[in-house]
Design a protein around this ligand. Structure first.
Ligand code: ZN
Length: 135
């Protein structure tokens, strides 16, 4: 299982989905994680209550960047409520235990061996959550 998790993370890290900046986006939220040196900026455009575009830029460890890529792939096209529910489910999983309903995202939970890496995985998700709340 660890090998599969590593493959999923590495795939997103090496070939990130939706890695670009969006000029003048409805949401632009930057967060960093000083403990590890990770940085993530999430950009999103909303239309009719739906996340029509979602992308990110950033640098840092493979977990932080893979997590942002997985977020972008997963939440683009969702309506606000669905996105909010997924964000909460993901953050809840990172605090507690693996949740099979979250598909590939389980890899982020499964790969983390020490609690101080959890922030790497949740960085992008906290950024989009803040962005959606501030909208
Ligand atoms: Zn990190």
């Amino acid at each position: 299982m660890q090998e599969l998790y590593k493959e999923i993370i590495l795939d997103h890290f090496q070939r990130p989905r939706n890695q670009s900046s969006l000029q003048g986006a409805d949401i632009e939220e930057h967060l960093n994680n000083p403990l590890c040196g990770d940085e993530v900026t999430i950009y999103a455009n909303l239309r009719d209550g739906k996340v029509v575009e979602l992308s990110f830029t950033g640098r840092g460890c493979s977990i932080s960047q893979a997590s942002a890529s997985m977020l972008a792939e997963r939440l683009q096209g969702k309506c606000r409520e669905e996105a909010g529910t997924e964000i909460e489910a993901f953050l809840e999983m990172m605090r507690t235990e693996e949740n099979e309903e979250l598909g590939d995202l389980v890899a982020l939970k499964g790969i983390i061996q020490t609690p101080n890496r959890i922030r790497c995985a949740t960085l992008a998700w906290d950024a989009i959550r803040r962005g959606l709340e501030g909208e």
